[in-house]
Design a protein around this ligand. Structure first.
Ligand code: ACO
Length: 437
């Protein structure tokens, strides 16, 4: 830990010194780990928005400038030049693979692509309209019953990472097939990671799926754009569960559940639902802008705003460009794209959004691109999870490796002070006395 200076804090009549720690990109943080012991108080930080919970060398985000880098590489460069598997390797290992390393990692992905036959029965137990994120989370926890729980120190950790990245893809495709009432399609060793996923999703015993290289390229880019984003809600969930020394599968499953929320990764599904609603409501975009600005209305512009970016999300910028490039290539005219573009234009000229620095985030355009590939709306967050998996694995590994203390935030208690116990036969009277019904 690089301590550059000390800050002085006066609490009541006591002055304490707090070390200032510095990261590699001129980020500074007050180390408050002695605050309770030396100053007799804790910090209060709703939603941890001003708290750095760990030191991390995985992802750097500058929300003011709109920068996102993984292991030092700009997300735009990675999406432009890499295959998803290369970036997955980068996240897990800290460096881009050589051709030989990539071959080995790809071989592991192939070798571990099937799921245990007994796990197939689980899919049949879910009602047809189950949300695939719920299925995915429980299937990932179930993997712990079928596959070894290797330690991060195990020389075969690479296999564990590959196993998870490969099997989650198979589980995702199987859950879709089951929801369609169709037989599952097994993975194939002759196909690349993304082509394999598309084939498992869209081929059937009666019709082969013609793998379009443009769609494979687009899917690779989309998964790369999702790969990690620092200590967001799901990465923090993974690290929090890992801090109790829970196994990798359980920790990743917690991340999947956190991602499902509409304020996080679930926003990509919510964006498509919102755009469809606007389309079916006479394309009345102004009405929805007004609703988003109305403090009495719970409605928010989904895919807009970000806890860290106070500038255009670089991932959203790439996605917008991908819409321009790939929709015409694939011969798709999506009326939702026109609505999204118009919504963005109006919002970015509106004082409400300007003053709050609300811009499109990664989820604003990804749903439109996934639709172009043929992915149904309820699978959109699963696609996000698929892309985010290498990031979660890297976060788990880093957390466990750095022997993080168990996550245990404090609270400022605001409940009743100590009061006398009331026997059950006296409670009604006591409540009436206090005017509580
Ligand atoms: N629509 C309308 N108003 C918004 C929106 C939005 N999408 N986002 C923020 N605001 C407003 C808030 O009402 C608040 O206004 P106020 O200052 O007048 O009270 C102000 O902007 C700040 O909002 P917060 O909720 O405090 O911002 P925060 O940074 O905590 O939230 C979040 C970030 C959750 C992403 C929020 O912008 C949001 O709900 N967006 C819509 C959901 C979404 O797209 N989520 C995906 C995020 S990306 C990801 O997780 C992968």
């Amino acid at each position: 830990m690089n301590v550059t200076s000390k800050a002085r804090l006066k609490i009541k009549n006591k002055t304490i010194e707090l070390p200032v720690v510095e990261g590699s990109e001129e980020q500074f943080g007050l180390d408050i780990s002695r605050l309770k012991a030396d100053g007799g108080c804790t910090t209060y930080d709703n939603g941890f928005a001003n708290t750095s919970s760990c030191m991390s060398s995985i992802t750097y985000v500058d929300g003011e400038k709109g920068i996102c880098r993984h292991r030092g590489y700009d997300i735009v460069d990675l999406a432009e030049n890499c295959m998803f598997v290369e970036v997955a390797y980068l996240l897990v290992h800290g460096q881009l693979p050589t051709a030989q390393e990539l071959n080995r990692f790809s071989r592991y992905l192939n070798q571990h692509s099937m799921i245990h036959e007994n796990m197939h029965h689980f899919f049949s137990g879910y009602p047809a309209d189950s949300h695939p994120m719920g299925i995915l989370a429980s299937m990932v926890t179930s993997l712990s019953s079928f596959y070894p729980l290797l330690s991060h120190k195990d020389p075969n950790f690479d296999i564990t990472a590959a196993r998870l990245i490969s099997k989650v893809r198979t589980i995702a495709a199987f859950s879709y097939k089951k929801s369609q009432g169709e037989p599952v399609v097994y993975p194939r060793h002759d196909l690349s990671y993304c082509a394999n996923f598309l084939n498992m999703m869209f081929s059937s015993p009666v019709a082969c799926y013609d793998i379009n290289p443009d769609i494979v390229t687009l899917l690779n880019k989309l998964l790369i754009l999702h790969v990690d984003h620092g200590q967001n809600c799901s990465a923090t969930a993974v690290r929090l569960v890992a801090s109790a020394r829970a196994n990798l599968y359980a920790s990743i499953s917690a991340g999947i559940c956190a991602l499902w929320g509409p304020l996080h990764g679930g926003a990509n599904q919510a964006v498509i639902e919102m755009l469809n609603k606007i389309k079916n409501d006479g394309r009345n975009i102004h009405k929805y802008i007004q609703k988003a600005k109305d403090k009495k209305d719970d409605f928010r512009l989904m895919g807009f705003g970000h806890a860290v970016y106070k500038n255009y999300d670089p991932r959203a910028r790439v996605c917008k460009r991908l819409c321009d490039e790939f929709l015409p290539k694939l011969g798709i005219v999506d009326p939702l794209l026109d609505i999204a573009l118009e919504l963005e234009r109006i919002a970015l000229e509106d004082e409400f959004f300007i003053s709050r620095k609300l811009y499109p985030n990664v989820d604003f355009y990804t749903g439109i691109l996934y639709r172009a590939i043929g992915i149904p709306t309820n699978m959109l967050t699963v696609m996000f999870a698929l892309g985010r998996l290498p990031g979660w694995i890297a976060q788990w590994n880093e957390g466990v490796e750095s022997s993080t203390k168990i996550y245990r935030p404090r609270q400022i208690y605001i409940g009743p002070k100590k009061r006398a116990f009331i026997p059950i036969d006296k409670r009604k009277k006591e409540r009436a006395h206090r005017n509580i019904h």
